[in-house]
Design a protein around this ligand. Structure first.
Ligand SMILES: [Zn+2]
Length: 620
């Protein structure tokens, strides 16, 4: 089931700050939800019909094993309903996001979520019943009824779960534990975002409460005196709760191990990755290869030190922009032209969809009063087309976000066009490949089309920071996450201090502290307490693998030939018709090898060569 929207990594859930009313924005800049349903009345009628139809699913219960025809009829009904539900959910979600303050639309959304929940309940017998029929009989059924061939992979995936299914009694008991499973994370959130007593400090004559959002705003300040207030004060607050944070994270990891071992997995990382068809090797390979490539990170840190004119680089100097942001302006019309040109290598069909996105109102462009902040692409309406929510602001950030979201949308469009509904939905593991691929092509296009040195430096610096933050930093988190789970799996207990000691060791290795490259003070040992992702069960490594895969694929398209383009298109046409690793491998990015990593590190180093060349010219 796939009624959740793909959100971009940097999505802001805050309301947009615009003051314009939605009515004052011309229609051509608003998405056209009439492609989903001509009116709310029609939508409500369809939803009522849907709610009736789901009850019919119950007629199949207990009968799937009777004949291939029964099984096929049930799966046809189930997937057709899912397909309708995706369309219903898309409509209400998008409508609600137009203005979060509109209570009628919120109500429409909540009612529809309830219908979805009911559908989930009615359909909940299907997977356990398939498992109880067993592989042998299912395979016989597929041989007998050609119509079942379509569902072969789906059935295989369901049957694979069998290894980890316990007795009915045990499963019921386990299900009940979910009630108490999120205590650590809930407490973590309340402590971090409500109770933590952040200090008020004076920055640039302004009194600032130094909470998480103030920290992200001020940590990049070019004035080192300000940074030297911000960093110690901010992390000092976390440090004074080291014991509490330690107990919370230890509880969370114990919880992960409880479920992993109860479900007969060998490790927490296996329990997290296997259901998504990602081999543990992809995870360990990432950490191994990144460790081998730390000298490239160190080269970048030395370059950063030089460009910032510092005698010594410290952990508080990492976020200051290498180059002052350029105030280049891109109107929405200009952005369309740039993106179409930048993505031209992808050929005619890609271009046709892109053009449709711009001209057939797939995109809700500008901010308005009450509109949801940030940006996302929603590609769930299989029979219609993807939609994009933007808060376009005429700057570089907006241009690059638009290219990013269009990457998601084109991925959806191609997968929805080339795959049957049942395999159209791509997995989270590959989702951010298509989007960051577009950012790669955009960056390349702008670099080759600008003569302005400042702009060039800005784009090159942007690329380097992207790789540092998305690949090295996330791999570092992934390494820490794996280590702490391993310790708990071995029966070790973890205190706040243990976590800090381990974290500091890893950070210092990554940032070359002992080599005198970047000084990491003892205080930053507590940074782990600031990262909520350690409660997301092996999630962050995907940020790194996605950018590595997309950088490799983009290089292939930029420097390659028709075959490389075809391979890329093959990837976005694939949906979930194979495992995510196989899909990427077929496209030429095998994440079980070090090839895509090597390409990415080559790009990283070439970008530094380029910057050094520009710096030399400047000094002439
Ligand atoms: Zn995204």
């Amino acid at each position: 089931m796939k009624f959740f929207l793909v959100l971009s990594f940097a999505v802001l859930i805050s309301l947009s700050l615009a003051a314009k009313s939605r009515d004052s924005i011309p229609e051509e800049y608003k998405w056209n939800l009439k492609d989903l349903y001509p009116s709310v009345e029609v939508f409500k009628q369809k939803r009522a019909e849907f709610a009736k139809k789901i009850e019919k699913l119950a007629e199949f219960q207990g009968k799937l094993g009777e004949s291939p025809a029964n099984l096929k009829a049930c799966l046809d009904a189930f997937f057709n309903l899912n397909r309708e539900l995706d369309r219903l959910m898309t409509y209400v979600s998008l409508r609600a996001d137009e203005n979060l303050g509109n209570s009628e639309n919120q109500k429409l959304k909540n009612e529809t979520f309830n219908v979805a929940r009911k559908f989930g309940e009615y359909a909940s017998f299907i997977e356990p019943e398939i498992i109880s029929i067993g592989e042998e009989k299912i395979n016989d059924f597929i041989k007998q009824d050609k119509g079942l061939k379509l569902y072969e992979l789906f059935l295989k995936r369901v049957l694979k779960g069998k290894k980890h299914i316990l007795s009915k009694k045990e499963e019921a008991l386990l299900a009940k534990t979910s009630m108490i499973a999120d205590t650590a994370y809930q407490t973590y959130s309340i402590l971090s975002y409500t109770d933590l007593p952040f200090p008020v400090v004076e920055l640039n004559g302004e009194k600032v409460r130094l909470n998480q959002s103030a920290y992200t705003k001020w940590r990049s300040n070019p004035d080192i005196k300000i940074r030297n207030i911000v960093f110690p004060k901010f992390f000092g607050t976390y440090k004074s709760f080291e014991n509490t944070y330690g107990t919370l994270l230890y509880s969370q990891v114990k919880k992960d191990w409880f479920y992993a071992s109860a479900k007969k997995y060998n490790s927490c990382v296996e329990a997290a990755l296997e259901p998504n068809e990602v081999p543990v090797k992809v995870y360990t390979n990432l950490i191994k290869v990144i460790n081998e490539n730390l000298p490239s990170l160190h080269r970048y840190l030395n370059l950063r030190k030089k460009m910032l004119g510092l005698k010594e680089l410290t952990y508080a100097d990492l976020y200051t922009p290498l180059v002052k942001s350029v105030d280049a302006k891109y109107t929405y019309k200009e952005a369309q032209k740039i993106i179409e040109d930048a993505l031209k290598p992808l050929g005619k069909e890609y271009h046709t969809y892109l053009h449709r996105a711009f001209t057939e109102r797939w995109i809700d462009v500008y901010p308005n009063d009450g509109k949801r902040g940030g940006a996302y692409s929603s590609g769930n309406a299989y029979d219609v087309h993807p939609y994009i929510l933007m808060n376009y602001n005429d700057d570089y950030e907006s241009l690059s976000t638009l290219a990013h979201e269009l990457g998601h949308s084109m991925h959806s469009m191609f997968s929805n066009t080339y795959q049957p509904y049942v395999y159209s939905d791509y997995t989270i593991f590959v989702a951010e490949v298509a989007s960051t691929f577009n950012e790669n092509l955009l960056n390349h296009y702008l670099l080759t089309h600008t003569k302005d040195k400042k702009m060039k430096m800005f784009l090159l610096g942007h690329l380097l920071e992207g790789i540092r933050q998305t690949i090295f930093r996330q791999a570092m988190f992934a390494e820490f996450e794996l280590e702490i789970h391993k310790k708990v799996e071995k029966g070790e207990a973890l205190t706040g201090k243990d976590l800090s000691d381990l974290y500091l060791k890893i950070v210092r290795k990554y940032y070359g502290h002992d080599k005198g490259i970047c000084k990491v003070d003892d205080l930053y040992a507590i940074e782990w307490a600031y990262i909520p992702h350690f409660y997301y069960n092996f999630y962050v490594y995907q940020y790194a693998t996605s950018l590595i895969a997309s950088t490799h694929l983009a290089q292939k398209v930029i420097h390659g030939d028709k075959k490389d383009v075809e391979e890329y298109l093959g990837f976005i046409k694939s949906g979930c018709s194979d495992t995510p690793i196989n899909i990427l491998r077929k496209a030429g990015a095998d994440l079980e090898t070090d090839v895509p990593f090597k390409t990415t590190m080559k790009v990283f180093n070439q970008t530094m060569d380029e910057i050094e060349k520009l710096l030399k010219e400047e000094n002439k």
